[in-house]
Structures are given as structure tokens and as C-alpha cells.
Design a protein around this ligand. Sequence first.
Ligand code: SF4
Length: 331
Amino acid sequence: MKEALYYTKLDGNKAQCGLCPHNCIVADGKAGFCRVRSNRGGVLYSDIFARVTSYGLDPIEKKPLYHFHPGRLISSFGTKGCNLSCAFCQNYSISQDPDAPDEEVTPSAAVRAALRDGSFGIAYTYTEPMIWFEYVLETARLARAAGLRNVLVTNGLVNEKPLRALIPYVDAMNVDVKSMDDGFYRKVCSGMLAPVLKTVELAVKGGCHVEVTNLVIPTLNDAPENFEKLRDWLSVAAGDLVPLHFSRYFPMYKLDIPPTPVATLEKACAIAREKLKYVYVGNAGGGDRDNTLCPACGNLQVQRRGYSARIVGIKDGKCAKCGRATDIVGV
Ligand code: SF4
């Protein structure tokens, strides 16, 4: 337990959390919507500081980040709880269960583990890192001082003030933009859209390497207008070189809608490619949809199979065929 950052004490031993846009007013003895920030005697605590449910040495492609040190392994830590409750959650056994088994990994122990494992950085992932804010901030500072990169895989639902405090320590982010429809966020995820878009915009402005993922779910967010809106907003907010990942949905947790047809993902790609140069498809059996091609000459630059990546057409940071500077960090 650690006293939370970003909260206000209220009358009657209540506390208002200011970490994310839920801005929960938490009564004494209760927890906020995320279930992992609780009020004890009028003081708000993070219940998950240094509590880790999952650790792995993952390919960076698994996050997914395709334009950030391709082919490298990254130490990945996750905790429990979430500030969304998506009906299709892929990690619901830890995101929705505050009693999920965990173990203590202090910030310095996380950094030591990453260095021991020869990783180039630490990814805060598997569940939502923003609700793990105190731990992520402290670990990220230590990791940065040790020469490691910091990566967030996030739903983007965080208030501006804490986000601005964290961004200087974050090298790369994958932000889930689940839909361009606020009604989808409210009905299916108990969240809201606008702060997510703001997070992408602030991260880009703050100098983070940003990639965006959109999980495509039949009937819920697969209308062409959703892809058009996402394309139009993203190409302005982050520029036409930002990588966009369409991810295939499979039934999980409370949703039993059949998996996304590959044809829908191909349609989404075709729409997005009208304004974005790097559009990928995940969870759909590979093929050429995961490869990086030079936007100037079409040369194959990075070949991907599952989570493995081979740099085949980049030399000295440039396309090996036409010499255009690559848009990939760390090659
Ligand atoms: S971080 Fe948790 S407690 Fe704080 S406002 Fe968000 S959901 Fe509520």
C-alpha cells in the first residue's frame, strides 16, 4: 500500500481520486471503480503498489509496437484492476479481480530483473498501467536512470495532470482507441472517448513514440464510419506516419459474438490506408498484413511472422532500396 497521488480529501472522511476521468468519490473503507485505490480513514491508497500479477520477457511486437526496436525483447510487468470494464476484456481474470494472486516486485527489483534478463526496457502492460500510476512513475524513473526504455500499453483513460507528469519518462506507448463512438465506450466499457483521444494527442506532443490499436468487434464498432473517423482524427492528431493496428476480436469474458471476419479487417485497412502509411492487422494469421513496406518504393523493410520480426530492407536507418529515412525507432 502506498498513499495515492492526485486525490483530494473531502468531508466525512471521503476522498476524491483525480487520477482518471472517473474522478471517483471514495467513501472510507471503500475502493474506487478500478477496485485498487481505496480509502482508509480518509487517506486514499494505491493497493497495488509493487504488486505484480504477471511478468514476462516478451517480443516488443506483442505489445504491439512495430516501429520501436523491432525484434527486441522487453521485460513486461502487469498488475490487477482496471478503470474500464470492457465486456470483451482479454485479461478479465486479472483486470476484474482485485483478489488475483500477485507478488511483491519493488521498483528497484523490476529494474534489476530487466537488466538481469538483458532486456532493453520495461513494458507496463497486460492490464491498465495508468491505475498503477505511483509504481509506474517510480519504476520508470529508476529504469530511465539505468539506461532502460519505458513502454506503456494503455487504454489511455487518465487525467491530463498525471499524464503530463509521466510522459517525460515514457519512450513509447501503444494506446487502445476502442471506438470513435463515445456511446460504445459508455455502454460496452463503462468509459468515455474524449480523454483517450487527448492522451494520444498529448503523448505525441510530448515526444513519445506512439502507436494505436483498434480491436474490431463485429456489430459493435465495425461500421466503415468508425474506421473513417479514426483515420481522419489520427492522421491529424499524430500525422500520417503513426502506425495503426487493427486487431481481430475473439469471443471472451461476457461477449459471445463470433470472431471478426478477416474481410472486415481488410476493409478497415483499405479505409485507413487512404490517409495513413502504416496500417497493420493483428491476430489474423499473419500474411503480408504484418510486414512493413517502405512508403516511397514498396521495399520490404521488416518481415514479421507471429511475434518474430526480421529487418530485411533497412540499412543505416534508411530504406535499403531507395534511401528514404525509415520511420522505425531503434534500427
Ligand atoms: S483511478 Fe480508480 S479510483 Fe481513481 S478515478 Fe480512476 S477508477 Fe476511480
